[in-house]
Design a protein around this ligand. Structure first.
Ligand code: 5GP
Ligand code: MN
Length: 344
């Protein structure tokens, strides 16, 4: 899919005078959504605008240290402040998601009534059509796209330590620390520039990856002991029940990255994690793959989800056991695709 850049000359003209801006990421924001949003906020502030980040809900502790995070609203529990910021705004940036339902139904209702224009900057497939768009599925992260947006505006000299730190974090988390196929030489050049501009790579890695609680490691231990391998389909999957989450005092973000352990097995090219969420009565699923097997398509077809070719998410409204049984029975239809997906 080619890059889409729509209306950005008009957008530049619109942003020539100071504006009230709101920046929104997807529900359960990850490092890329938060990093891109905070970086854009710092940049727009430097350009004379008043920018507010409104996230649909809270995010993990290991992202709360990011500069500017303390002034971010969570739409679900800071609803009146969030609504007020949205009402006052003259334009809304939608970052790191491709369709409005990704913000969750409450916030989606509010955004659907919004009278002014949206700008979407995102790297997911099949984006909705909004007035101002910069979409590129070939870029590893929305954070890299924010760097490129700043570059388009000839403003790279405005990138300071805070912006560099936020962008570095977003690129690092969405590329699995610069190891996925989406990581290009350009990504590395941008990362080098961000280090030159003040991003402290060792501190950022430490803050994000070496800040585990003891319970989080115990939960990981439980997840690994639940791992099941289906060698005939080069597939491995992990389950976590609500009871197991409670036993290890589950906190937001504790399961992030766990699915990658299934993918780290030799010979495995398709991995899934099924996480029971009794509060929402769903099983939340993450999929990862190597090579040509598209988990985006798989999740769209069977789990009401989507994402990227090699990393996607979805959900099931059945019980854990039914969900897992259904998943295993689906694999038969994908045996050939899975066999040829990735030469090891
Ligand atoms: P994760 O598995 O880490 O939650 O998400 C992997 C990728 O899939 C991310 O890019 C995320 O935005 C996307 N994703 C996760 N869950 C969903 C979902 O329910 N629907 C869609 N469309 N995308 C999802
Ligand atoms: Mn992203």
């Amino acid at each position: 899919m080619p890059m889409i850049l729509k209306g950005f000359n008009d957008l530049s003209a619109f942003l020539e005078t100071p504006k009230n801006v709101v920046i929104v990421g997807h529900r359960n924001p990850d490092g890329d959504a938060i990093g891109a949003s905070l970086a854009l906020k710092h940049y727009l502030t430097k350009k004379g605008h008043h920018a507010t980040v409104v996230m649909p809900n809270d995010y993990p502790d290991f992202l709360q240290w990011l500069p500017g995070s303390e002034n971010t609203f969570r739409f679900d529990w800071q609803n009146s402040q969030s609504q007020k910021a949205i009402q006052k705004s003259e334009i809304i940036f939608l970052l790191d998601f491709n369709t409005l339902h990704r913000v969750g139904s409450d916030m989606q209702n509010t955004l659907e009534k919004y009278q002014n224009d949206f700008v979407m900057i995102d790297h997911h497939q099949q984006p909705d059509d909004v007035k101002f768009m910069y979409s590129d599925v070939n870029v590893c992260s929305t954070s890299q796209m924010i760097y490129q947006y700043i570059e388009m505006n000839n403003d790279l000299s405005l990138i300071d330590k805070d912006i560099a730190t936020c962008l570095y974090t977003g690129i690092m988390t969405d590329t699995g620390s610069f190891r996925f196929r989406s990581t290009t030489s350009k990504t590395h050049r941008i990362i080098a520039d961000l280090i030159d501009k003040g991003a402290q790579n060792d501190r950022i890695h430490n803050n994000v990856y070496d800040s585990n609680s003891y319970n989080r490691l115990l939960l990981l231990g439980q997840a690994l002991s639940n791992l099941q391998i289906l060698p005939e389909y080069k597939t491995a999957f992990i389950t976590l029940t609500d009871e197991e989450k409670k036993r290890f005092d589950f906190q937001k973000g504790d399961t992030e990255g766990v699915v990658n352990y299934a993918l780290s097995l030799k010979g495995i090219i398709f991995a899934a994690i099924f996480i029971e969420d009794k509060e929402q009565s769903i099983v939340k699923i993450s999929f990862r793959s190597k090579g040509t097997f598209s988990v985006n398509k798989f999740s769209r077809n069977h789990y009401n989800g989507g994402g990227h070719d090699n990393a996607a998410g979805g959900r099931s409204e059945s019980t854990m056991q039914e969900t897992v049984d259904n998943f295993c029975s689906l694999l038969k239809d994908y045996k050939t695709e899975l066999e040829v997906s990735y030469e090891i």
